[in-house]
Design a protein around this ligand. Sequence first.
Ligand code: TRP
Ligand code: SF4
Length: 326
Amino acid sequence: MRKRLLSGMRPTGPLHLGNYHGALANWVRLQEEYDCFFFIADWHALTSDYEKPDFLKGFSDDIMLDWLSVGLTPEQSTLFVQSHIKEHAELFLLLCMITPVPWLERNPTYKDQIEQLSTKDLSTFGFLGYPVLQAADIIMYKPFGVPVGVDQAPHVEITREIARRFNYFYGPVFPEPEVILTETPKLLGTDRRKMSKSYGNAIFLSDPADVVAAKVATMITDPQRMRKSDPGNPDVCNVFDFHKLYSPPEFVAEVNRRCRTADIGCVECKKRMGQYLNAFLDPIREKRRYYQERPGRVAEILAAGDAKARQTACRTMEEVRAAIKL
Ligand code: TRP
Ligand code: SF4
């Protein structure tokens, strides 16, 4: 029996290279070794986008295509949508009964998000309860671990505390899941800020080759390098970080040398990087096209994932109701 892992993503837009290296690449590797459950957390997206949920369905469809095109496979992973498994809502409700409000109020991402997303009114019960819903998502499937970025570690910690409290009151039902931290290579957006859809600096997995080339051409390089005749410093150049991910090692070494001696200009350097990046994206594009042309197959994959998740969730909920003597 393979150990189980579970993770989820909110459908906030098409996925970009930051999402790929921050999560997806890791998931694709992990599915070889573990019994993986990956789901689209559409209810979680609703906690902050409740005023304008119009895009949720479209974004969920985009993300499923992104997942399949990078190589998550229904043979190895169970892919499903949170809102299709109503048991998550029932477990969430029961966990609400035992979760002390101060645990949620002191959650570091809670205050953080309220400040950062100041244009949205997040003083809602649902937003405060975000980690309780996440705990329900997780413990429902009794996973051994939860592969997430470091920003999600506090949520997994609250999940462990909630699981412990449940077991203390009602008997041992839930194992405490481990955080499996994802190592993320450094990769900034085209403007050198964190790559994010909302900054408009992202390169999407679904961008066509000419769009990628155009975005790469606008990338900020070594800010000290004004003219082609000035020597550059690859160590502070975001384009060089991209080269390290997408270009062959010989070419990375060549850029490293020729940049420092002003033997290659940034325009050419970026152009070459864009070509290697497009070569990396080509097989992903090809798989996307395959699934785009077969919407019936995608629907089938999702239906099978939902069914498998539901089966596990129903079994857990029977145990839960029995433990609480409902
Ligand atoms: N909160 C996670 C994020 O924003 C998404 C998420 C929801 C999740 N439920 C989860 C992640 C359960 C892991 C496990 O990225
Ligand atoms: Fe960056 Fe390449 Fe320009 Fe050097 S030549 S500063 S590595 S873009």
